[in-house]
Every structure is written in structure tokens, then in C-alpha cells.
Design a protein around this ligand. Structure first.
Ligand SMILES: Cc1cc2nc3c(=O)[nH]c(=O)nc-3n(C[C@H](O)[C@H](O)[C@H](O)COP(=O)(O)OP(=O)(O)OC[C@H]3O[C@@H](n4cnc5c(N)ncnc54)[C@H](O)[C@@H]3O)c2cc1C
Length: 437
């Protein structure tokens, strides 16, 4: 005997919660199975002594209709907090100095990020793409805009999103919009001049942090959700799936949508995969929250944050100026910064004690900004944080398609397919809800 549903969703992160919400609205007999006691997956907000600490995503970008509609459908639009306008200021660490991203012609002319030769190369690259065929991020930017452009701007920038290695990351999958522009246009400048000015895409969070979105979805899915139910294996017989959990429950259903890491799913269905294998899949990230006194706030520039690059030899990948982006995340007279470390190039850090790492980073940040006092208030380790969009991605996606064909009514969504951002996961989950009857 077991609990019977038409469809089971595995994982109550943003992908699973969104899908369950829309399927339930459609009247599908659906259940949501989650191993943790909590919903949200990597979206976790902690309140610590008046600070709102985001252990996963800090910012959500309203860049597609799916996320805007979901927020409206859930009636949580009143709880949105829009980021401070200063977030347009982004900073790079260059020769141990804090350099502002050159976002005007004047800044570009004077920026120390690039020498004269490199600036000429960037301008030439803007006028005409010399080479449009390169596959990796490194090869494309290096050959069209020069090494300094790649090393001092693109690499730290993409480290901030994917924590990946640009020599391995595939342009088509990591920057799909740019890839489409390159395919259709011979010049980036021409494209920019002819394209209409886009409407502003707001960057948001919520008054109580990003958990607002999760808690509302959790509430909407309350009756059909099973938390603390870690799935241990899945079998298929006579077009029915049986899902067995570690706490000895069994779910029987016709269809499954998985949102969990794809290597884990292979284990659960006992499928011997060729490409869906651990080293090809995810980068680890450690997240640290530090507080400091507002009296010292003049020592840290106002803006979105600061990105580091390999040659700076820092333990951190990037720093988010959290209370500069969203002032409500810190109590009066205090400031909050969020540090990300790890990623593909420093994946060995995952084997280091996180407390020791926290102390090393604290020293680096104190020295960099010349802060008198800095307090570590929270830390979190994500072993499978962000998918790698590396050279194996094409084969991995092909293999996923093959598995979906082989296992009738088994679908796979999550952050491996449509982009890693929260809004991309929501968009994919919404599309899946429309596809399923
Ligand atoms: C540190 C960090 C910072 C980020 N920053 C941003 C940002 O600023 N902006 C942005 O847009 N995006 C950001 N992202 C990316 C984005 O948050 C994620 O891509 C997205 O939230 C993934 O959601 P998901 O539901 O697909 O997967 P997950 O959140 O991973 O959810 C999967 C769920 O499946 C459950 N599960 C796993 N195994 C089992 C099992 N055997 N049985 C049952 N359940 C299981 C897990 O417990 C989990 O709850 C960040 C990610 C990280 C890690």
C-alpha cells in the first residue's frame, strides 16, 4: 500500500514549490516530497540579532513575466523591497585596489582596469566581432576584446554568478542572450544602437527576506506536501512509479517531476549515466555574513558589491554590500556584508574547516577596507551550489532528454536547464505546469 497521487514532485525548492502551486491550481492531484524539514532548498533566510541574512540568493531580478505573475498571484507584491539605486555601482579588485566598474565613456577612458592598447582592442571588439565561433567564455572574450577585458572584468563578473572557470564555461549556455546576439549580428555596437531601450528590470527582495516567497508557496501547498521525507529509491512498473522514502513511506503515482540534483536522481532511479556524473555537475560555495558599525560605513563604497579575480589571490570570490543594496537587512547603526567563496577554481576550499575559512576571510576584509571591527555572524556551506555550464553541458542535456524518453512520464527541471537564477527556475517550472495535463 502507498499514498496515491497522479503526480509527485521531488524537492521543495523554488522549482518544486512553483510547479506544485500551479499544478494544484489546475486541479492536478499532486504531492510534493522534500527531504528537509524546511522548504526553499537553497533559498534560506535567517534572522540573527536584527540582521536579515540570506544564505542563498540575496537578490531576485524581475526579468521575466513568470516571476512577476507568481508574485502577483501570491499577493506578496506589497512585501517587495526594491534595491537601492546605488546598486549600479559595481566594484572590482584590481592590484589590491578597489576600482569602480566603468559605466560611462569618461570612466572607461580613465579606468586603470585596462591599458591603452587594451582599451583600443575593446573598442575594436565593440565595432566588429573578429571571431564569433569560439565556444568557451575565455576564448570568445580573449579573441574579441583582449585578455585584460577577460581577466579584469568578465572573469570576476561571471565568478559572481556561476563561481565557474571561464576556460571551461560554454558561452552558448552561460550567456545565452549574448550568444544569440553574436549569432545574428556582426557588431555589438550596431546591435546596441539599433535595439530599443529596454524597460528597467528591478532587483528585489522582501521585507522579511526571500523566505517570504517560500513561506507563501509552502502555505499554498500545505495539504499536499511531505517534509522530512528523503527519497531513497524509485521503481517503475506497469506505467506506475513507486517512490520509497527513508522513513518507510511509499508514494504511488503516474508521473514524476524531479527538481533535485541530476546525479542524485540517477541514483534514485538506479540509472547508469555516462555524463551525469559528480565532477561535471556543480560548484561548491561557502557564504559568510559579517557585520560592522555604521560609523565605519564610509570605508566601504556604496553599491552592489565587489568582485575579485584569481590573480588577486583572495580567499573570497565576491562581496555583496547587503545593507547598501537593501538597507532594511541590518539594524540601526549596523551594516551587513555577505561574502561568497569557493567555486570551481577554489573548489579545494570545500575541504577546509569553514570556521578557519571564516577567520581567514575576516582578516582579508578587515585589511582591504581598513575596518577596525568586523564580526562574523553567520556561515553556510553549499556543496552542490551552482551548476557548471561547462563543456559537458551539451552531452548532459542530451542525456537528460534520453532519460526522459526512456522513463515515460519522468520529467526533470531545476537550475541546470533554463539558467541558474531564481526567476529562470520559476519560468521553467511554470512552463512545465502548462505542459503537464
Ligand atoms: C549561495 C547561492 C547564491 C545564489 N544567489 C542567487 C541570486 O542572488 N539570485 C538568483 O536569482 N539566484 C541565485 N542563486 C541561484 C538560485 O538560488 C538557485 O538556482 C535556485 O534557487 C535553485 O532552486 P531549485 O528549486 O531548482 O533547487 P534547490 O533549491 O536545490 O531545491 C531542491 C530541493 O530538493 C530537495 N532534495 C534533494 N534530494 C532529495 C531527496 N532525495 N528527496 C527529497 N528531496 C530532496 C532539497 O532538499 C531541496 O530542497 C544562488 C544560489 C546559491 C547556492
Amino acid at each position: 500500500m502507498g499514498k496515491k497521487f497522479d503526480l509527485a514532485i521531488i524537492g521543495a525548492g523554488i522549482s518544486g514549490l512553483t510547479l506544485a502551486y500551479y499544478l494544484k491550481k489546475k486541479g492536478v492531484n499532486v504531492c510534493l516530497i522534500e527531504k528537509s524539514t524546511k522548504a526553499g532548498g537553497v533559498i534560506q533566510t535567517k534572522k540573527i540579532n536584527g540582521f536579515i541574512c540570506e544564505e542563498g540568493p540575496n537578490t531576485i531580478v524581475l526579468n521575466n513575466n513568470a516571476i512577476i505573475n507568481l508574485i502577483n498571484d501570491l499577493k506578496i507584491d506589497q512585501k517587495i523591497v526594491i534595491s537601492n539605486s546605488q546598486i549600479k555601482n559595481k566594484f572590482f579588485l584590481h592590484k589590491n585596489k578597489i576600482i569602480r566598474f566603468p559605466n560611462s565613456i569618461m570612466n572607461f577612458i580613465t579606468t586603470p582596469l585596462f591599458n591603452f592598447y587594451s582599451k583600443c582592442k575593446i573598442l575594436y571588439g565593440l565595432i566588429i566581432f573578429k571571431n564569433r565561433k569560439h565556444k568557451t567564455i575565455y576564448n570568445f572574450f580573449n579573441s574579441n576584446f583582449g585578455k585584460q577585458f577577460h581577466d579584469n572584468l568578465i572573469e570576476p563578473f561571471l565568478n559572481g554568478i556561476y563561481a565557474g572557470d571561464t576556460k571551461k564555461m560554454i558561452l552558448e549556455y552561460s550567456l545565452p542572450s549574448l550568444f544569440r546576439i553574436i549569432k545574428k549580428n556582426k557588431s555589438l555596437l550596431y546591435y546596441l544602437l539599433k535595439s530599443k531601450k529596454k524597460t528597467k528590470r528591478e532587483t528585489i527582495s522582501f521585507k522579511d527576506g526571500n523566505k517570504t516567497l517560500i513561506e507563501k508557496l509552502k502555505k499554498e501547498n500545505y495539504n499536499n506536501s511531505y517534509y522530512s521525507h528523503e527519497i531513497k529509491n524509485i521503481t517503475q512498473n506497469n506505467n506506475k512509479y513507486k517512490i520509497y522514502t527513508k522513513n518507510k513511506e511509499c508514494f504511488i503515482c503516474n508521473k514524476i517531476v524531479s527538481t533535485i540534483s541530476i546525479d542524485k536522481l540517477m541514483e534514485l532511479i538506479n540509472h547508469e549515466a555516462k555524463y551525469i556524473k559528480k565532477p561535471n555537475l556543480y560548484n561548491p560555495i561557502d557564504v559568510f555574513h559579517f557585520s560592522y558599525n555604521s560609523i565605519e560605513s564610509h570605508k566601504i563604497p556604496k553599491g552592489f558589491g565587489l568582485l575579485s579575480k584569481r590573480t588577486e589571490k583572495k580567499t573570497f570570490l565576491g562581496i555583496l554590500f547587503s545593507s547598501s543594496i537593501f538597507p532594511h537587512v541590518s539594524p540601526k547603526n549596523k551594516e551587513l556584508i555577505t561574502i561568497l567563496s569557493g567555486g570551481e577554481k577554489q573548489n579545494y576550499l570545500i575541504n577546509k574547516d569553514i570556521d578557519i575559512l571564516g577567520q581567514i576571510i575576516k582578516k582579508e576584509i578587515k585589511e582591504l577596507f581598513k575596518l577596525d571591527k568586523l564580526k562574523l555572524i553567520n556561515k553556510k556551506r553549499w556543496v552542490n551550489a551552482i551548476p557548471k555550464y561547462n563543456h559537458e553541458i551539451k552531452n548532459i542535456r542530451k542525456e537528460v532528454t534520453h532519460i526522459e524518453k526512456k522513463y515515460n512520464n519522468l520529467h526533470i527541471i531545476g537550475n541546470f536547464y533554463n539558467g541558474v537564477s531564481v526567476s529562470s527556475c520559476i519560468e521553467l517550472a511554470k512552463k512545465m505546469s502548462e505542459k503537464i495535463n
